[in-house]
Design a protein. Structure first.
Length: 160
């Protein structure tokens, strides 16, 4: 399945989203550290980035620009507490924007919408640009190596 980078400085948000995405069989690289983003992008052969553009008290539109310069075809979904970001012209670089307190199903629908577009755009990718995923200095979160999901409305009625 797809490799997803999740960047959010709130550990609780990262954990819930990472667990849900892993439950959906995505491989999730989760971090709250901007300094790790470049490494993850370089070593992980990502299919999608989900990020909060306001990290550690700073607007990080520059990071979105860097990601798009590194790989213009790598979709980025913004998740934010600030609904006014929808009016910011820089958000047009993203594949979508969700305001936090969104339903997890909304995120899953958006992911399902943007991943096929990413796969259709990668035909000209330089294979030497990225190293093999096993060279990554971090452990992705998958259903096999994370704790059982927290109980939430999204998990109600499911059997694992």
């Amino acid at each position: 399945m797809a490799n997803i980078l999740l960047l959010d400085d709130k550990p609780g948000v990262r954990r819930i989203l990472a667990e849900e995405l892993a439950f959906q069989n995505y491989t999730v690289f989760s971090t709250g550290e901007i300094s790790l983003v470049h490494e993850v992008i370089r070593y992980s052969n990502l299919d999608l980035v989900i990020m909060d553009p306001f990290v550690k008290g700073q607007h990080r539109w520059d990071l979105l620009l860097e990601i798009k310069q590194w790989d213009p075809y790598l979709p980025v979904i913004l998740v934010t507490e600030f609904p006014n970001y929808r009016r910011d012209p820089r958000s047009a670089l993203s594949a979508g924007l969700l305001v936090k307190s969104f339903d997890l199903e909304d995120l899953l629908r958006k992911i399902a919408e943007v991943l096929p577009r990413k796969q259709a755009c990668t035909f000209g990718e330089d294979p030497d640009r990225r190293a093999a995923p096993e060279a990554a200095p971090f452990l992705p979160q998958t259903a096999a190596n994370i704790a059982p999901p927290l109980f939430s409305a999204a998990h109600a009625g499911r059997t694992h």
